[in-house]
Design a protein around this ligand. Structure first.
Ligand code: AHG
Ligand code: MN
Ligand code: MN
Ligand code: MN
Length: 336
């Protein structure tokens, strides 16, 4: 049977339940095209002069990689002329990017982590792009968009997804009706629907965490991991496996395909920071995908999608994936 393309899937969603507004369909197609451009650059590596770092630092205090900045530019240029956006925000930009006056302004806000897993760029390990779409407040048609307009709970996301640049380039997407996956057919330049209903098993034997931070974790996180490490003879009665790719997109992709629990919890290295990952363009889009696939996502205490943002680049603890494991970790945090 002939496989569907992204366009065909989106047209059918739009036709089916009015589940998809035409402007959102256009937005997803533009973002997916930008991800194709990024994938092309990523696959060239040293041959394309895209490896290595720049002298600059981003608002996160991270040294920027060439691909961080290049990917950011690709997403800005692809999206600013289409008339579907009111403004954009990115991990790599200190404040929001307004749509130039020469282009029409739309009613959506696009947030993205243009290149996730930057520490893996120069060592040829899977990296990706994460994106989240919000609806702009209606009054922005009469005034300039502000950062405040972006500070909406994750539950208000219109759609979310990521591209993962790995052995295959894939686009994983939710418009609020489950999670679907497309594989890039490079010869045709088409995104082909290959995973039409991605779901996360409620149980797992696989956890993902950066163990080198163990001595800095809060006791509940230490308790959970110690129990996993105790294996069959321990309180969990089963052996666990561990993975840590250090590209969130790749670690989340794995648990969307075969289950697992991913954790980047608060740690004492920077006590004032709730965690390393960013709420608006990493945790929220990934949490929407995970919940849409039947999983759960908390910051250790509360549902991530319920968190009321107070700053564009705010960080958050992240525990997401197989429902029963996320609930256990969260329970341990509630028990203190
Ligand atoms: P980014 O490259 O966009 O800054 O994100 C990196 C994040 C995330 O992708 C990954 O899970 C985490 O950083 C890895 O952190 P450690 O290097 O501390 O393990
Ligand atoms: Mn990231
Ligand atoms: Mn990034
Ligand atoms: Mn970064």
């Amino acid at each position: 049977m002939k496989r569907k393309t992204l366009t065909q899937y989106l047209v059918e969603q739009q036709r089916a339940e009015q589940a998809l507004e035409p402007e959102v369909r256009l937005l997803i197609e533009v973002v997916s095209r930008a991800c194709k451009t990024i994938s092309h650059a990523v696959s060239k590596g040293a041959l394309g002069g895209v490896l290595g770092s720049l002298e600059s630092e981003n608002v996160q205090g991270e040294v920027q990689k060439k691909l961080d900045v290049m990917s950011n530019e690709v997403l800005l240029e692809a999206n600013e002329w289409g008339g579907h956006l009111a403004a954009m925000a990115s991990e790599e930009m200190e404040t929001i990017h307004l749509i130039p006056n020469r282009y029409p302004k739309g009613e959506f806000l696009l947030l993205f982590d243009p290149l996730d897993g930057s520490s893996n760029i120069d060592v040829n390990v899977s990296i990706g792009t994460i994106f989240s779409v919000l609806r702009a407040p209606s009054e922005v048609s009469g005034r300039e968009v502000t950062e405040q307009d972006f500070l909406q709970k994750g539950t208000t996301q219109v759609c979310a997804g990521y591209a993962v640049y790995g052995p295959q380039t894939m686009l994983i997407l939710t418009i609020g009706r489950g999670v679907v996956g497309f594989t890039l057919d490079r010869e045709m330049g088409s995104w082909i629907l290959t995973h039409d209903n991605m779901t996360i098993p409620e149980d797992t034997k696989e956890f993902a965490i950066n163990m080198s931070n163990m001595r800095h974790w809060a006791p509940p996180m230490r308790r959970y991991i110690d129990e996993c490490l105790a294996g069959k003879t321990g309180p969990r009665g089963k052996d666990f496996n561990m993975r840590w790719i250090a590209s969130m997109v790749a670690d989340v992709h794995r648990l969307l395909v075969r289950g697992g629990v991913f954790m980047y919890p608060w740690d004492a290295r920077e006590p004032g920071k709730p965690g390393k990952l960013r709420l608006m363009y990493e945790a929220n889009p990934m949490s929407m995908l995970v919940e849409q696939a039947g999983g759960a996502a908390t910051d250790g205490h509360q549902r991530i999608l319920d968190i009321q943002p107070t700053a564009l680049h705010q960080r958050v603890g992240v525990v997401l994936g197989s429902k029963n494991e996320v609930e256990r970790v969260t329970k341990y945090h509630h028990e203190g």
